[in-house]
Structure formats: structure tokens, C-alpha cells
Design a protein around this ligand. Structure first.
Ligand code: ADP
Ligand code: MG
Length: 288
């Protein structure tokens, strides 16, 4: 049977916009020793903006932006949304014959007369296309048309205002290990991790790498130490499911993530995670 106090704890959390899907998760928050964060949409806002469009001769800026927008027309990824927003016009989706989203890499699209690859350097490397290896001051989206490199679009995201405070809050509550995982490039990964106060981070990961890293950490933990994962569910739903406690960002998060998560943070603020642990500690003191 579940001690009544837990219902009070869950109610208290929900008043703060933290939805806890069961008393076992609230109780589990007391034992969190490792917190793993996804980057995009979790530590950062996940609302990218196009900063620069750099075509490769003979393509023009307008051309590569349009090609990228056509390629991203079916994607819900925050990167795709930023490109579509910059393009600003609607796309005739009828011209798309075949569409494939390659998780952690980008999209492959076949139109009536063109083969488009829109994504990161891994996607280019897989197709054997040589790309411009720029110093990465943001997320780089490369564009290739019919096997020919056409240029890149530089887009940037912003770190959430309370991210560093949220991380510090976790450290103050005795969380031993804080880790960041990202599919994004090394320079951006390093920059975000350093700015929010995380010194262990892994970049250029595919979704299955994220699962493997979490599984390896879980193997090292005893029964009284729990791993909490925080993500937005875009490309990280498998990790959300595998963690002892999966936390999803309710605002940017996909429906699938909110479904898969054990705890949902409605306002997407990172300081809500130490707050949830504090509520769990208070609840335990009342219950026992
Ligand atoms: P994160 O791990 O930071 O949450 P994702 O796993 O969602 O990021 O994506 C990892 C990388 O894959 C992105 O940084 C980007 O380079 C590439 N990518 C994923 N989806 C797309 C897309 N629709 N268009 C272009 N690039 C994409
Ligand atoms: Mg993600």
C-alpha cells in the first residue's frame, strides 16, 4: 500500500507544474545520484535561428535556403522549423517523392528531379560528399544536391536562462554525477556544457549511443542509487524509457516523450528538477 503522504507530495509537485506519474517516482527522486541531460530543447531553448547562409559556387543563398526548406518540409525537428521559418513561404509538398529522416543526422529527400541531403557532417560523410569543414560557431546544416555539395546554413540556439542555476541546485542536493549528451558537434557541446557547469559531456552521438551510455552507467549503480534522464523526446525517447526516472520537458516535448516520461516539467525550466527533489525529500520526512 502507498502511504497517504505521497499523494500530498504528488499534489504539491503538480501545483508547481511538475507532473509525477506515480509515488514510486517521487520516492525514487530521493535516491538520484546521476543526472543525465540531453542538450537541445533541454539545456537549450531548442528554438534555433538562421544566422548565416553560405552557398558553394554556383549556388546562391536563395537557392540553398529553398532546397533546405524543401528537404525539411516534413520534419518536426527544431532545426527544420528554424529553416522553414527563415524561408517564410509554404512549400509544395507534392514535389516530394520520397522522404527519410535520419535520426541524429538530418534528412534524405527525393523530389521529382533532385536528390537532397540536408544535415550534419555525418550525413555528408555517409554519402561520400566532401563538405566545407568550418569552425563550428553554431549548428551547421550542410546541403547536397544530386551528390554535389551546395553549401551550409549556420543556425544557433540559446542556453536556457536558469540552466546553470538548475545544475548548481542538483550539485547542492548531493547529485554525484551530472552528464550532458548531444548529437550536436564537439565545439557547441563543449560551449554549452561549460556555460551551464557540466564537466562530463559526450557529443556527436546517435540516439542508440545515448542509450548505450546510460546503460553503462546503470550497470555501475547500486540499488539505492538512481539515474535520472532529462530530455525533450526528440530523438531521445528510448533513453527516457531506459532511465530509472525519465523527465520530459512538457512545453517543447513531443507527445511521445510526455507519454514515455515518468515526470513532466510543464514550464521547461531546469530549476524545476532540484525543486522536484526537494519536494520528494519533504514528502519522505512527512511520510516516514
Ligand atoms: P541533440 O542530441 O542535441 O538533442 P539531435 O539528436 O536531435 O540533437 O540531433 C543531432 C544532430 O543531428 C543535430 O545537431 C543536427 O546536426 C542533426 N539533425 C537531426 N535532425 C536534423 C534535421 N531535421 N535537419 C538537419 N539536421 C538534423
Ligand atoms: Mg534531442
Amino acid at each position: 500500500s502507498i502511504p497517504l503522504g505521497f499523494f500530498g507530495g504528488i499534489g504539491g509537485a503538480s501545483k508547481k507544474g511538475i507532473l509525477v506519474k506515480g509515488s514510486n517516482y517521487l520516492e525514487g527522486l530521493n535516491s538520484v545520484k546521476v543526472v543525465v541531460f540531453d542538450k537541445t530543447g533541454t539545456l537549450t531553448k531548442g528554438t534555433f535561428k538562421v544566422k548565416e547562409i553560405v552557398p558553394q559556387h554556383p549556388f546562391t543563398k536563395e537557392e540553398i535556403l529553398e532546397l533546405a526548406a524543401i528537404g525539411e518540409g516534413f520534419s518536426n525537428h527544431p532545426i527544420a522549423l528554424s529553416i522553414l521559418k527563415e524561408y517564410g513561404r509554404t512549400i509544395d509538398k507534392n514535389q516530394i517523392v520520397d522522404y527519410q529522416e535520419v535520426t541524429g543526422q538530418g534528412v534524405k529527400v527525393q523530389t521529382e528531379d533532385k536528390n537532397l541531403l540536408i544535415g550534419n557532417k555525418k550525413l555528408m560523410e555517409m554519402a561520400g560528399i566532401s563538405y566545407e569543414n568550418v569552425e563550428e560557431l553554431g549548428t551547421i546544416v550542410h546541403i547536397a544536391v544530386n551528390g554535389q555539395y551546395a553549401g551550409y546554413i549556420l543556425i544557433t540556439d540559446e542556453i536556457k536562462k536558469d540552466a546553470a542555476k538548475g545544475i548548481k541546485g542538483l550539485k547542492d542536493l548531493g547529485v554525484k554525477k551530472i552528464i550532458m549528451l548531444t548529437g550536436d558537434n564537439q565545439q557547441i557541446g563543449k560551449k554549452v556544457a561549460e556555460e551551464v557547469g557540466i564537466n562530463e559531456y559526450y557529443c556527436e552521438l546517435l540516439p542508440h549511443h545515448k542509450v548505450e551510455i546510460v546503460e553503462n552507467i546503470l550497470k555501475t549503480l547500486d540499488k539505492n542509487s538512481k539515474l535520472l534522464f532529462v530530455g525533450d523526446g526528440i530523438n531521445d525517447a528510448p533513453v527516457l524509457a531506459r532511465a530509472d526516472i525519465g523527465v520530459a520537458m512538457g512545453g517543447v516535448g513531443s507527445d511521445a516523450a510526455i507519454e514515455a516520461a515518468d515526470i513532466v516539467i510543464m514550464n521547461d525550466q531546469l530549476n524545476q528538477i532540484p525543486l522536484a527533489i526537494k519536494i520528494a525529500k519533504r514528502t519522505r520526512n512527512i511520510v516516514w
